[in-house]
Design a protein around this ligand. Structure first.
Ligand SMILES: [Zn+2]
Length: 334
């Protein structure tokens, strides 16, 4: 049954609430991000002058996330949308288009001086050709032109560059932090000194973080690792680690038990004692890996979780991963 008076009343109430919020929190800059680690960074810089929401929930993967209508409502109230870009959160394009008044959107992959690495995930796809290539190429570190062509043919929604740059604290410090600070100042010029002070403080803490991670990882005998998905290229480049293989060759795609078994064999052949798994991994796949690998799996997390004290800030998240990498590298035989 329709009650014609109702929508009008609701609109009036909505307007009243939005007027009240404007008065009460005139200073607050509302920012919506796709992934949690970017929300952590915005929080560090914005402090009490910003309100940050990440769309992908803890445990969710930006590679497979599907937005719901309430996500549009979050964007309607936001001053900025901050995504990653580069094929990681392509779904956000559709979401932004659904915001009636439009919104200023930032894709961090466009940040100057980010020194992006070439993408890897898009070099892979599933199917027969892939299986055949895998048998041909025991060395997964190199990709030939044949693979490039296949990737292009697949036409997947992946960019040319690897979008996981937030896992390198130095790239965050030198490129992402200044860019985000600039945006916050543009939205809230009264807070300029406040933001600038926070930027300097965070800059110093990121430098210290880099030194801690470096110290943590220098003890390792070997630099080789095998990970769940290709999220670690920037982290590995920064700290001199070497990827042997990834479990999930293509983001958002679960490996078959047979593929997992092959990876475990490869890892053993390389003398690796542990496999890095992620909380976003399908528990069934994790079980298969554990079964093949015994207890030697370590959890790394590219995305963080505000409900876990070990991963609820950017620094904690990076430190968490450094510790896991160190544990994994310690188990290597050669
Ligand atoms: Zn990823």
């Amino acid at each position: 049954m329709k009650r014609p008076g109702r929508p009008l009343l609701a609109i009036a109430a909505g307007l009243w609430i939005s007027v009240l919020s404007t008065v009460a929190w005139a200073q607050s800059v509302n920012v919506v991000t796709t992934v949690i680690p970017v929300a952590y960074i915005v929080e560090e810089l914005g402090g009490t002058r910003v309100e940050v929401t990440a769309l992908v929930p803890p445990g969710g993967s930006p590679h497979t996330f599907e937005p719901v209508p309430s996500d549009v409502r979050k964007l309607v109230r936001a001053r900025y949308f901050v995504g990653i870009g580069g094929g990681l959160d392509t779904w956000s394009k559709k979401l932004l288009a659904a915001v009636p008044k439009g919104i200023e959107a930032v894709e961090l992959i466009e940040t100057p001086n980010l020194d992006l690495l070439e993408g890897e995930e898009h070099h892979h796809h599933h199917g027969e050709e892939h299986a055949a290539r895998k048998d041909e190429h025991h060395d997964h570190k190199h990709h030939d032109h044949g693979e490039e062509k296949v990737a292009e043919k697949q036409g997947e929604a992946h960019g040319e560059f690897d979008p996981h740059f937030w896992l390198d604290p130095i790239r965050v410090r030198d490129a992402v932090v200044p860019a985000v600070t600039q945006r916050l100042i543009a939205a809230d010029p009264d807070g300029k000194d406040y933001y600038e002070k926070r930027r300097q403080d965070f800059h110093q803490r990121l430098t210290a973080l880099d030194q801690r991670v470096r110290a943590e990882l220098t003890e390792a005998k070997t630099r080789k690792y095998i990970a769940f998905h290709a999220a670690w290229a920037y982290f590995a480049e920064r700290y001199g680690l070497e990827k042997v293989a990834v479990v999930q060759e293509f983001a958002g795609e679960e490996p078959t038990p047979k593929e997992v078994a092959k990876l475990v064999r490869d890892a053993r052949a390389e003398g690796l004692g542990a496999m890095l798994v992620e909380p976003q991994l399908d528990p069934r796949v994790a079980q298969t890996i554990s079964k093949e690998f015994g207890a030697r799996t370590m959890m790394v997390d590219p995305l963080g979780d505000p409900n876990d004290a070990a991963r609820d800030t950017y620094e904690d998240l990076i430190q968490f991963n450094a510790r896991a990498f160190r544990q994994a590298l310690k188990t290597n035989m050669n």
